[in-house]
Design a protein around this ligand. Structure first.
Ligand code: PHE
Length: 575
C-alpha cells in the first residue's frame, strides 16, 4: 500500500509532473514481460533528470518510489537502534526483562546494542513464548496436567503459535538482521477447498474449490452490477462515460458476456468459464478442456462462500507471506543466541516484583530455589492477564488495567501423514482450506513439497471452537478432527497418520490464552487503562503485542519492545 502511495506521491510531485510521460517517450525501456520500467537500465538516468528538475528532496522521494531507498524506513514505524557509545557518562544501567517471548527478546537484543546490562527471566525452558515450533521428541504438559510427547519425523514440525509473516512486518527485518532464512508461506490457494454445512441450497456440505467459488461470486456480482448499470439504475451516480468504463471493468472482473442489444436479461451474463476449473483439463491436440459448470447464483449466495474472499485482502493476511525455513522458532532462537545464553534465565518463574526507590527488584523461582534480582529498570512483557495476578507494589489502577483485557483462545493440531495426499490426490500445494465446522482452518504445509511425508495443520481455530477442542484429551482431539476433515477430503484425512500433536493456548503455562483484546467497555485502545501501560510505572515499563495495534502478531511485540527501549533510553540519557 505504502509503495503505491509513494509512487503516486512521486508522480504527483510538481517538479517531476509530466516527467514520467516525457521520460517514457524519450526511450525508457519497458520490460517486455512485466510491462514495467526496466529500472536496471534507466534508473540512474531517471534519477539524474529528477535531481536536476527537483533537487535532492524530490530525488530522495523518487528513489523511494523506485524502491531504491530502504523501504523499511518508510513503511514500518521509525526506529533508530541504540549505539554502544550512547550511554557514555550515564554509566551502565541494568534492565531486567520479564518474559523471554518475542517482545522480551527484542527488548533485550536492542538494549544490548546500547551497552545495557540485561537479564531476561523466562518461565519456560525455551525462548519465544507463543512463538513455538513442535518437533519430534518434544514433551509438553499443559495446565490441566495433560502430557503429550511429539513423535513427528525428522524434518517435520508444526508451528503451534505464529505461522505466517506479512511482508511489511518488522519480523522480516529481524529475520534479515539475524540471518534467519525465510520462504513463502502460502496463505491463499485457488485450489484449496471451502466447505460450508448447515446452509440452505445445493452447496450444503459440498467441498468447493476456492477458484470455483470465487469465479462464481465475482461473476454473479459483476453480472448484477453490469445489468443495473446498463439498465440505468445507477444513473444518479455515474456519468455515461463512467458507465462504459465500469462495464468494461466488470466484464474483466467477472468474466461476463457482452451487452446483447435489445435483450437486457441476456446481457452481461455470467456463464462460468475456465477460471473456475476444468474437467477434463485442456490437454494435447484437440483436447480444449471442459469448464466445470457454474453453481446457481441462489445456491452460491445461500452458501455464504463469497464471504470468505475478504480474508485474502486483509492488510496483514494478503499474499505474499513468509515463514522462517525450518520453523517459526528459528526467530526466537536467533534472538536468544544474539542476546547470549548467560543473560537468559530459563525456568525462572516470576512471583513478585517491586519498584524500589532507585530501581526494581524481581523475585523468581527456579528448580534450584527462590531468587531475587535487582536492577535499575524492568520491562514487563508478560501477558497482561498473567502480570495482573503477580504480586507487586504497582498501583491498583495499573493492575486493573492489566487485568482488563479479554483473552481469546486458539488451538492447532499438527497431523503427520505418511504421504502428502493433499498434493497427490488433490493437487493442493500449500494454502488454506476453510470450513464452517469446528476445524475452521486446515493449513496445507508450505514446506517439504513432494516429500514422502508431510504435516498438515489439521485445524487452526479460535474462540468457542478452540475451547471445544481444548476441553478434549489429545487423542479425542485427533479423532474429532479426523471425523470433521473426512467430510471435506474423504477417508484420507484419517489414513496413514504417523504422529499428531495438539495445542490449546488457554491451558498453556505462561500464556493462558492465545492473544488479548481491549474491551470497549474499559475504553479499548484509546482508554486510560491501555494508555497507562504505555507509560512506565516508576521504573517498570510494559511491552508486548498487547500494547500495539498489531495484536496477535510478532510485529506487534517487536515494535512495542522497541518503543519501550526508546523510552527507557531517552529517560536514562536525559538524566
Ligand atoms: N496473527 C494470527 C494469524 O495470522 C492471528 C490473527 C488472525 C491476527 C487474523 C489478525 C487477523 O493467524
Amino acid at each position: 500500500m505504502a509503495i503505491y502511495q509513494r509512487v503516486r506521491d512521486a508522480a504527483d510531485a510538481s517538479a517531476i509532473h509530466g516527467l514520467n510521460e516525457g521520460f517514457l517517450a524519450s526511450g525508457v525501456i519497458i520490460h517486455p514481460h512485466t510491462r514495467r520500467l526496466d529500472l536496471s537500465q534507466t534508473r540512474r538516468d531517471f534519477l539524474r533528470r529528477v535531481g536536476i528538475a527537483g533537487g535532492a528532496g524530490v530525488m530522495l522521494h523518487s528513489m523511494g518510489a523506485l524502491g531504491l531507498t530502504s523501504a523499511h524506513a518508510a513503511e514500518t514505524p521509525p526506529f533508530t537502534p541504540l549505539k554502544m557509545s550512547d550511554l557514555g557518562r550515564h554509566g551502565r544501567k541494568t534492565v531486567i526483562v520479564m518474559g523471554g517471548g518475542i517482545a522480551g527478546l527484542t527488548a533485550a537484543y536492542e538494549l544490548l546494542k546500547g551497552g545495557y546490562d540485561v537479564t531476561v527471566l523466562e518461565g519456560r525452558g525455551r525462548p519465544g513464548g507463543r512463538n513455538w515450533t513442535v518437533r519430534g521428541g518434544d514433551t509438553y504438559t499443559d495446565l490441566k496436567g495433560r502430557t503429550q510427547k511429539a513423535t513427528f519425523s525428522k524434518g517435520q514440525y508444526m508451528n503451534a503459535g505464529p505461522g505466517r509473516i506479512p511482508q511489511m512486518h518488522v519480523t522480516l527485518d529481524y529475520c534479515k538482521e539475524l540471518g534467519v532464512p525465510i520462504e513463502v508461506f502460502t496463505n491463499q490457494n485457488a485450489d484449496a477447498f471451502l466447505y460450508r454445512e448447515n446452509v440452505p441450497g445445493a452447496l450444503n456440505g459440498v467441498p468447493v474449490r476456492q477458484r470455483a467459488a470465487k469465479a462464481d461470486a465475482y461473476g454473479y456480482t459483476a453480472e448484477l452490477l453490469a445489468k443495473a448499470t446498463d439498465q440505468g439504475s445507477l444513473d444518479q451516480y455515474l456519468t455515461a462515460e463512467d458507465k462504459e468504463r465500469l462495464l468494461s471493468y466488470l466484464r474483466s472482473f467477472g468474466a461476463i458476456g457482452n451487452r446483447v442489444v435489445g435483450d437486457p436479461a441476456a446481457s452481461f451474463k455470467y456463464n462460468g468459464g475456465g477460471r473456475r476449473g476444468y474437467d477434463p483439463q485442456p490437454g494435447a491436440g484437440l483436447e480444449a478442456g471442459t469448464p466445470i459448470p457454474q453453481y446457481a447464483m441462489s445456491d452460491l449466495l445461500a452458501s455464504t462462500l463469497g464471504n470468505y474472499f475478504s480474508f485474502e485482502m486483509g492488510f496483514d493476511q494478503a499474499m505474499m507471506m513468509y515463514q522462517p525455513v525450518g520453523g517459526m522458532d528459528r526467530i526466537a532462537y536467533a534472538l536468544a543466541k544474539a542476546v547470549g545464553g548467560g543473560r537468559l534465565r530459563y525456568n525462572a518463574q516470576i512471583v513478585e516484583y517491586h519498584n524500589t526507590v532507585d530501581g526494581v527488584e524481581v523475585v523468581y523461582t527456579t528448580p534450584g530455589g527462590t531468587k531475587k534480582i535487582v536492577g535499575d529498570f524492568a520491562i514487563n512483557t508478560m501477558p497482561p492477564h498473567i502480570a495482573a495476578k503477580i504480586k507487586s507494589n504497582l498501583p491498583a489502577a495499573i493492575v486493573s488495567a492489566l487485568g482488563s483485557v479479554s483473552v481469546t483462545n486458539a488451538g492447532k493440531i499438527g497431523i503427520e501423514y505418511d504421504r502428502r495426499w493433499w498434493e497427490e490426490d488433490f493437487r493442493i500445494y500449500g494454502g488454506i482450506t476453510n470450513a464452517n465446522t469446528n476445524l475452521a482452518n486446515m493449513w496445507h504445509p508450505s514446506y517439504g513439497y513432494h516429500g514422502d511425508r508431510g504435516t498438515m495443520i489439521g485445524y487452526y481455530n479460535t474462540g468457542a471452537n478452540a475451547n471445544f477442542y481444548g476441553n478434549l484429551t489429545p487423542p479425542q482431539r485427533l479423532a474429532e478432527a479426523v471425523t470433521q476433515g473426512k467430510k471435506i477430503f474423504g477417508d484420507v484425512y484419517g489414513k496413514g497418520i504417523t504422529a499428531s500433536f495438539s495445542q490449546d493456548w488457554a491451558s498453556t503455562p505462561f500464556s493462558e490464552g492465545a492473544w488479548v483484546g481491549w474491551p470497549g467497555a474499559v475504553g479499548g485502545q484509546t482508554g486510560t487503562g491501555y494508555r497507562s501501560l504505555l507509560e512506565p510505572t516508576g521504573n517498570v515499563y510494559f511491552a508486548g503485542d498487547h500494547l500495539s495495534h498489531a495484536i496477535a502478531w510478532q510485529h506487534g511485540a517487536m515494535v512495542s519492545a522497541r518503543v519501550a527501549v526508546e523510552s527507557l533510553h531517552a529517560r536514562v540519557t536525559a538524566a
